[in-house]
Design a protein around this ligand. Structure first.
Ligand code: SF4
Length: 110
């Protein structure tokens, strides 16, 4: 009985929401894939940077794990993703960049 209610609910959902419902389901699938992606533990080795690049990184308050939950490097237009489990890079801030990092230059990716 309850599985019939679930099937009916899903059918009604698509019937009533059409393309918007399909888009929502695609978002759920893509979102769960992204959540399952392995991330680097830290991206803080700046030993190869010159003093000016280190200073810029510090002056813009770059941090590996930000408290700005809605403004991570992953969602920034300047972020360039690395391989799975590896640090990414940034078009502005030199050195390894964590997908969950942040700095004061954050700009929403469009
Ligand atoms: S500009 Fe800042 S927030 Fe954006 S990717 Fe670079 S380090 Fe991250």
């Amino acid at each position: 009985m309850s599985s019939n209610l679930i099937k009916l609910g899903r059918r009604e959902f698509f019937k009533n929401t059409g393309a918007l419902g399909a888009l929502g389901m695609a978002t759920v699938v893509l979102g769960s894939t992204a959540c399952g992606k392995k991330e680097p533990s830290k991206c803080d080795d700046v030993s190869s940077l010159n003093p000016a690049d280190k200073k810029l990184r510090e002056s813009q308050d770059y941090e590996d794990h930000t408290s700005h939950a809605d403004q991570t490097c992953l969602g920034c237009t300047q972020y360039v993703a690395g391989a799975e489990g590896q640090c990414g890079t940034c078009k502005v801030i030199k050195g390894p960049i964590h997908p969950k990092g942040w700095c004061k230059l954050w700009v929403k990716k469009t």
